[in-house]
Design a protein around this ligand. Structure first.
Ligand code: MN
Length: 131
């Protein structure tokens, strides 16, 4: 049984595509359409990985990543940022906020799953935080 992943994404089409691709790979997928719902759900279900849209209405994804990292139970969960911002420095901003990786929109169905699996497999054993 593959683990449960959480997608925090306010755009229906992106959420549908990401959910479809990950479910096709056998993952269980939980989703939240807002920052606050995503932070709450992450604490409740403790997903194996979080896919985080950076452009959210009430609170941007960087702030969400920082909030998730403040929860000790989630400190080792890989967070993969997804954004359509194509600006220099976004990758660094995402990593500084506590994200482990960065995927640019539009989601590429041919590479999305392998990118996600790469981050899942890179998860340190025993839930230790990599320095
Ligand atoms: Mn969005």
């Amino acid at each position: 049984m593959k683990p449960t992943l959480l997608i925090i994404e306010d755009n229906e089409q992106n959420l549908y595509l990401a959910t479809y691709l990950l479910e096709q790979s056998g993952f269980k997928v939980a989703s939240a359409r807002s920052a606050s719902a995503g932070i709450r759900l992450a604490g409740e279900i403790r997903p194996a990985l979080i896919v985080l849209d950076i452009q959210l209405p009430e609170m941007d994804g960087y702030a969400v990543a920082r909030a998730l990292r403040q929860n000790a139970a989630l400190s080792a969960v890989p967070i993969v940022a997804v954004t359509s911002y194509a600006m220099v420095g976004d990758r660094e901003r995402a990593l500084e906020a506590g994200c482990n990786g960065y995927i640019e929109k539009p989601i590429n169905p041919d590479t999305f799953r392998s990118q996600i699996e790469e981050h899942l497999n890179a998860r340190p054993a025993g839930g230790e935080i990599q320095s």
